[in-house]
Design a protein around this ligand. Structure first.
Ligand code: NAD
Length: 449
C-alpha cells in the first residue's frame, strides 16, 4: 500500500512528513539526501549500500546510518597581507553521533565541498568503527588554494575557521586532526584558538599537535608502521614469507618512506619506488638507506644511481609480489588494472583504487587490503594521543606503537575471518564489520524521544 506522500510503509526514506508533496510544487528545492551529492559521496555511499545489502540492514536503519547527522557551513572573512578582505567557505561534517565524539581531519584545498566532506566523514566512521575506536567520523576543511596564502594568512584563516566551527567541536564533541595541507603548525594554531575561547589550555581538543603541546611520540611514523604491521600478519596468514617478497611502492613521503624502510629491514626487496617527479626500478632490490640519503640530498628519487627510470605510474605495473600505492587517490584505474603484475595490493593511500578497477582486480584474483584497514594506524595513534592528553600521562614511542599494533591486528583478524566466512572481498568485509558495529550502537541508543 502506498501512503499519501508516495512512500511505501517500512521503506520510507527521510522526510516522509510530506516531502513528496513539497517537492512536487517547489522544483527548486534540493531533494532530501541530495545535499551530500558529490563524486566521492557516490563512491562512499555505493560501498556502504552494498555492504548494507549483504548485512540485510533494515532500510529505515540504513538511511539513518548513511546520511551525516550534522553539518555546518561557514562563510567568513580573512584579512589578506595586502589589506584586502576575502571571504572563504569552510565546512565541518559529523557523520555519526552514536559512538562518542566525532573525529576527522581538516583539509585546505580548492575542491573542498560539503559533499566531499560528507564522503570523507562516512569513511572516518567506517575506519573508527572497524578499529573499535570510541569515535564517530567527521571531516572538515576550507575551500582555498593554500599555495597562494602566506603563513600569516594561513594562521588568520585557521584561527577564524576554528572560531566559526567552535560551537560544534571540543574534546568531548568533535576532535579535528591534520589532513591535506594542514599539519602540526595548523594544529598548534587550532589548539591555541580553541583554548583562548574557553580560557584555559585544552590540548585534547585536537590531535596531530607538536609533542611539546601534548602531541604523541610516534605519530609521524604511525601510518607507515600500521601498514607494515598488518602486512606482516597478512602475509603470514597467506602462508608467504615476508622476507624475499618483491615490493613496489608509489609515494615516498610520510607513509611510503616509512613503509619502504620497515619492509626492507624485514628482508623484503623493494624493487620500485616513485614520487611526484618520477619512479626508479631495480629488479634485484633497492638499498633503502642509500635511497633516503639520495632524497635528503637531491629531494627527488630520480637519478638514483644504478636504478632504471620509470614514470610515476609506471611503477604500478612492474612485476612484483606486493604493490603499495602510498601517494594519491584514484591511481589504480580501469585503464591500468588489467596490466598490474602483482599478487597483492595494500592501500596505504586513501582511495587509490577506483570502484571499476576494484572489480577488475577481484576478477583477476588480486586481493586488495583496503585503505580503511591498511592505513588505520594513523587514526589509531591519534586516538592514543587524545587518551594521553585526557589523562595527562604520556607513553614512549614503543608503547604507542605496540598499543596501535594490537588494535590494527585485531581489526585485521575480524576482517579476514568475516571475508572467509562470507566469501566476500576484504574491502566488503571491512565495511561489514564497521557497519555492524555502529548499527548496533545506533540500535541500542534507540530513537529519542
Ligand atoms: P606526503 O605528502 O608525505 O607524500 C606523498 C608522496 O607521494 C610524496 O613522495 C609525493 O612526491 C608522492 N606523489 C605525489 N604525487 C604523485 C604522483 N602523481 N605519482 C607518484 N607519487 C606521487 O603524504 P603522506 O602523508 O605520505 O600520504 C600519502 C597517502 O597516505 C595519502 O593518500 C594520504 O591520504 C594517506 N594517508 C596518510 C596518513 C598520514 O598519517 N600521513 C594517514 C592515513 C592515510
Amino acid at each position: 500500500m502506498m501512503r499519501p506522500n508516495g512512500s511505501e510503509p517500512g521503506r520510507e526514506r527521510r522526510g516522509s512528513g510530506g516531502w513528496a508533496d513539497v517537492l512536487a510544487h517547489e522544483q527548486h528545492l534540493v531533494a532530501p539526501g541530495s545535499e551530500w551529492r558529490s563524486a566521492l559521496w557516490a563512491v562512499a555511499s555505493e560501498q556502504f549500500n552494498s555492504a548494507a545489502d549483504r548485512l540485510d540492514l533494515d532500510p529505515q536503519v540504513r538511511v539513518r546510518l548513511l546520511d551525516p547527522r550534522r553539518a555546518l557551513t561557514v562563510n567568513f572573512p580573512v584579512r589578506r597581507d595586502n589589506g584586502d578582505i576575502e571571504i572563504f567557505t569552510g565546512y565541518r561534517v559529523q557523520h555519526t553521533l552514536a559512538i562518542g565524539p566525532t573525529k576527522g581531519g581538516i583539509r585546505y584545498a580548492p575542491g573542498v565541498s560539503l559533499g566531499e566532506c560528507a564522503a570523507l566523514a562516512l569513511w572516518m566512521t567506517i575506519k573508527c568503527a572497524l578499529l573499535g575506536l570510541p569515535f564517530g567520523g567527521a571531516k572538515g576543511g576550507v575551500r582555498c588554494d593554500p599555495t597562494r596564502l602566506s603563513p600569516a594568512e594561513l594562521e588568520r584563516l585557521t584561527r577564524r575557521y576554528t572560531s566559526e566551527i567552535f560551537p560544534i567541536i571540543g574534546p568531548d564533541r568533535d576532535i579535528p586532526a591534520p589532513d591535506m595541507a594542514t599539519g602540526e603548525r595548523e594544529m598548534a594554531w587550532f589548539m591555541d584558538t580553541y583554548s583562548q575561547q574557553v580560557g584555559h589550555g585544552v590540548p585534547e581538543s585536537v590531535t596531530g599537535k607538536p609533542v611539546v603541546l601534548g602531541g604523541t611520540a610516534g605519530r609521524q611514523a604511525a601510518t607507515g608502521l600500521g601498514v607494515v604491521f598488518s602486512l606482516e600478519t597478512l602475509v603470514e596468514r597467506l602462508g608467504w614469507r615476508l622476507a624475499g617478497q618483491r615490493v613496489a611502492i608509489q609515494g615516498f613521503g610520510n607513509v611510503g618512506a616509512v613503509v619502504a624502510g620497515e619492509l626492507s629491514r624485514r628482508g623484503a626487496s623493494i624493487v620500485a619506488l616513485a614520487d611526484v617527479a618520477g619512479g626508479i626500478v631495480a629488479p634485484n632490490g633497492l638499498d633503502i638507506d642509500a635511497v633516503h640519503a639520495w632524497v635528503a640530498e637531491h629531494r627527488f628519487l630520480r637519478g638514483f644511481p644504478g636504478a632504471e627510470p620509470k614514470t610515476q605510474n609506471g611503477v604500478l605495473e612492474v612485476p612484483c609480489d606486493i604493490l603499495i600505492p602510498a601517494a594519491l587517490e584514484a591511481q589504480i584505474t580501469a585503464e591500468n588494472a588489467p596490466r598490474l603484475q602483482c599478487r597483492l595490493v595494500v592501500e596505504a593511500a586513501n582511495g587509490p583504487t577506483t570502484p571499476e578497477a576494484d572489480r577488475i582486480l577481484t576478477d583477476r584474483r588480486i586481493n586488495v587490503l583496503p585503505d580503511v584497514l591498511a592505513n588505520a594506524g594513523g587514526v589509531t595513534v591519534s586516538y592514543l594521543e587524545w587518551v594521553q592528553d585526557q589523562q595527562k600521562y604520556f607513553w614512549d614511542a614503543d608503547e604507542v606503537a605496540q598499543r596501535m599494533r594490537g588494535q590494527v591486528l585485531e581489526a585485521l583478524d575480524r576482517v579476514l575471518t568475516l571475508a572467509d566466512e562470507r566469501g566476500v572481498t576484504w574491502r566488503m568485509a571491512a565495511q561489514m564489520v564497521a557497519i555492524q558495529r555502529f548499527a548496533e550502537a545506533a540500535r541500542l541508543r534507540a530513537v529519542y524521544p
